[in-house]
Design a protein around this ligand. Structure first.
Ligand SMILES: NC(=O)c1ccc[n+]([C@@H]2O[C@H](COP(=O)([O-])OP(=O)(O)OC[C@H]3O[C@@H](n4cnc5c(N)ncnc54)[C@H](O)[C@@H]3O)[C@@H](O)[C@H]2O)c1
Length: 439
């Protein structure tokens, strides 16, 4: 099939590349000229494991193209995928400005039989809105479908190639069959292809993210209770996770969730609920708990230093909102850095992939280290905000040598408190007892 993907961000680039890899002819379109130029020079603008190799292979085989020329790519397409951003508006709802612009732009060039497929995460009713708008602009009944994306940054290629399920929201059986054929190469392991109405498909995406965010905020709240009661959240987590009704997924306590999806999607679902007269109590609480959780590590640091952070140096390991990505949108590390700077502390950071994005925000206000241990040099404490694998087995004696004080605030519970005590650290984590070196 010939596919145009409009919006070449995390989702558009991954989807377009995977569709091209399975034999389709794909053109990825974006308004960002620099991004398209980079891609045409073989440079991948985001870090996503495995993506670069796949893009280069598909380009070399002539099945993947990048352009800013929207009309040209639409005219030849069987499928027009929309994957532009739908960020949060001021009132919490999803901002559909980019999507609406693209719908207007594609209308004059859309072939009669082409299906417009909305992959962006959009509020219920957006498919219908796009359908009505295209009808108004073209004077005919256009095909519009919903195909929400469930990939995780950091594992996006694998998630796209081997999805747990594919959800499509369609008005006609014919549209469902075209999309079933498109996805057939990705569903050879018999994972389901679920056909429903566009409204249900639009909601499915929000409900999935809402439940995952709820699990995180739930375990974070339990961790905070555990800590006050001398319990250990890790033991409690294991105690509940073996219950098959509960399981372990997304029940890891930490310093809050971030990223481009969970925070905005939880707020957007709350906004959708309010608009239809349903009080979104759970969603409001999930968001509130998460915003507070981003301050838990900060409060531990402030308490330890009696609020006197001026002149202290804090090292930060992990800036991306999660490992294996360079995405720092709503990352807990940024909240921590802001607060440390506000209080007059010096900050020196390390992240395997996200440093360039963080540099764009803070410039020379903080120091950047290319190696984890270099960030520790002369620091009064280390704060860990992302669970990159390379932080899991550090050289503890070397860490002690580099730090001014053997003091660690771990927002991701990477280490065993007993071991940290033996290694001579004062060690704070989430939902577990704080340990100090044995005297
Ligand atoms: N990032 C994720 O992990 C993820 C996962 C599932 C779903 N989603 C959803 O997918 C959508 C896209 O997310 P993303 O993270 O890829 O966003 P992104 O910000 O990385 O990419 C969006 C791209 O759209 C481009 N764009 C904006 N206006 C355009 C226009 N008029 N014409 C052409 N291109 C235009 C931007 O330049 C940008 O490159 C969002 O709705 C998001 O909620 C994201």
């Amino acid at each position: 099939m010939k596919i145009a993907v409009v919006g070449t961000g995390y989702v558009g680039l991954v989807s377009g590349t995977c569709f091209a890899d399975s034999g389709n002819e794909v053109t990825c379109v974006d308004i960002d000229e620099q991004k398209i130029e980079q891609l045409n020079q073989g440079q991948i603008p985001i870090y996503e494991p495995g993506l670069s190799e796949l893009v280069l292979r598909c380009v070399a085989q002539g099945r993947l193209h990048f352009t800013t020329n929207l009309p040209h790519s639409i005219k030849q397409a069987d499928l027009v995928y929309l994957a532009v951003g739908t960020p949060q508006s001021e009132d919490g709802s999803a901002d559909l400005t980019a999507l609406k612009i693209v719908v207007d732009q594609i209308a004059p060039h859309l072939p009669d039989e082409a299906i417009v497929v909305i992959k962006s995460t959009v509020p219920v009713g957006t498919n219908e809105m796009a359908y009505q708008r295209l009808k108004e602009l073209t004077g005919r009944e256009c095909h519009v479908a919903s195909n929400p994306e469930f990939l995780k940054e950091g594992a996006a290629i694998n998630d796209f190639m081997y999805p747990d399920r594919v959800v499509v929201g369609v008005r006609t059986k014919e549209n469902a069959e075209v999309l079933r054929e498109l996805y057939a190469p990705f569903l050879r392991t018999e994972h389901p292809f679920l056909v429903m109405s566009p409204e249900s498909a639009e909601l499915t995406k929000y409900v999935a993210n809402a439940l995952l965010s709820t699990k995180i905020s739930f375990i974070n709240e339990m961790a905070n209770i555990c800590e006050k009661m001398n319990g250990d959240i890790n033991d409690v987590r294991r105690g509940i996770g073996h219950d098959q009704r509960i399981g372990f997924a997304f029940l890891f306590p930490g310093c809050g969730y971030g990223g481009s999806c969970f925070p905005k999607d939880v707020r957007a679902l709350a906004s959708i609920a309010r608009n239809v007269g349903v009080e979104p109590r759970i969603m409001d609480s999930v968001d509130d708990v998460n915003n507070r959780q981003k301050h838990v590590l900060i409060e531990k640091i402030e308490t330890h230093f009696d609020g006197q952070l001026s002149g202290k140096t804090i090292a930060v390991w992990g800036l991306a909102f999660k490992p294996r990505t360079d995405d720092i949108r709503e990352a807990p590390a940024l909240v921590l850095i802001d607060r440390m700077l506000e209080q007059g502390a010096q900050v020196q950071v390390h992240d395997p992939e996200a440093t360039a994005n963080v540099r764009d925000i803070y410039g020379s206000r903080i120091k950047y280290a290319t190696q984890p241990n270099d960030a520790l040099e002369g620091a009064d404490a280390l704060a860990i905000c992302t669970e990159w694998s390379e932080f899991r087995h550090p050289n503890f004696p070397e860490m002690r040598r580099r730090l001014n004080t053997p003091l660690v605030f771990d927002g991701r519970n990477l280490y065993d408190p007993e071991q940290m005590q033996e290694e001579g650290f004062t060690y704070h984590s989430i939902g577990r007892r704080t340990v100090s070196p044995a005297t």
